[in-house]
Design a protein around this ligand. Structure first.
Ligand code: KIV
Length: 296
């Protein structure tokens, strides 16, 4: 299958076909995404929490994002891949923003980059777009600035706050973003944004009235343990499956039940006896040989 392009995604919007988007951070899960028919993958800076165990996304570096994005591209060559610009990779200057966005293309072969912020970040969106790179805006709850937002809280819940969120959306589109992600806002706000913008609008925690949905893979499969945002639906509980598999392994190792013969290699015919003779080894009697013989 050829790789999904921005044009394909725009055609899906035009036809009213919803776009499915998921994060992935590694080669195997990227393969699963591609096999499952995922339209888009985001190698989110949420990898800081989901993979590295940080409290938030702020410590995540460009190097970490690039390494994971490269692995995901290897696993999902045909999916529309989005690199996520980590904290301080784009805030400082237009030049640094363009350079770092470009590194995602050069090293990880992404189709787009995503950066957080609305009105306050329009210069960066314009600079990166002007360099020929597809930009996806991200407004509403923006985890890199959760300190300013008073934590990981839903946004746009009052009329005034919702108006500001709409202004952010309009500014992001005007600056040249080709898609928009809204996070943790009420569906009523998503609906107005979706109506007013011509670019595809996708949501994570923004309800149905838009062009598609994003979730974090570690939430979806029930792997992330620290907390569960309201918008997360767990489609599986791999934490339980993995923990139970590991516990069984530990128990079998301790009881000498693993590995059975099925999981071991055999020597070539006649070589065992030769080997024992060669090294002067007397094999321990087998359990059956030790058992007292029954009298007839
Ligand atoms: O890093 C990420 O996964 C994200 C989502 C929370 C939208 O940016």
């Amino acid at each position: 299958m050829p790789r999904k392009t921005l044009t394909d995604l725009y055609q899906m919007k035009a036809k009213g076909e919803k776009i499915a988007w998921l994060t992935s951070y590694d080669f195997p899960s990227a393969q699963f995404c591609q096999a499952a028919g995922m339209d888009m993958i985001l190698v989110g800076d949420s990898l800081g929490m989901c993979v590295y165990g940080y409290n938030g996304t702020v410590p995540v570096t460009m190097d970490q994002c690039l390494v994971h994005t490269e692995a995901v591209r290897r696993g999902a060559p045909d999916v529309f891949l989005v690199g996520d610009m980590p904290f301080l990779s784009y805030q400082i200057s237009d030049a640094e923003a363009v350079l770092n966005a470009g590194l995602f293309l050069k090293k990880a072969d992404v189709d787009a980059v995503k950066l957080e912020g609305g009105v306050r970040i329009v210069d960066r969106i314009k600079a990166i777009s002007d360099a020929g790179i597809v930009v996806i805006g991200h407004i509403g709850l923006t985890p890199q600035s959760s300190g300013q937002l008073g934590g990981h809280k839903a946004q746009g819940r009052t009329a005034d706050a919702a108006k500001l969120t709409l202004e952010d959306a309009l500014a992001v589109e005007k600056a040249g973003a080709r898609m928009l992600l809204v996070e943790a806002i009420p569906p009523e706000v998503t609906e107005v944004i979706h109506q007013r913008l011509s670019i595809p609008v996708l949501a994570i925690g923004g309800g149905l009235p838009c062009d598609g949905q994003l979730l974090i893979i570690s939430d979806l499969i029930g792997q992330f343990q620290a907390f569960t945002p309201k918008f997360v639906k767990k489609y599986a509980n791999v934490a339980q499956v993995i923990t139970s598999a590991i516990s069984e392994y530990v128990a079998e190792v301790k009881a000498s039940k693993f590995p059975t013969q099925e999981y071991t290699y055999s020597m070539l015919p006649g070589e065992v006896e030769k080997f024992h003779k060669l090294v002067g080894h007397k094999p321990a009697p087998k359990a059956a040989d030790k058992a007292p013989k029954k009298s007839k």
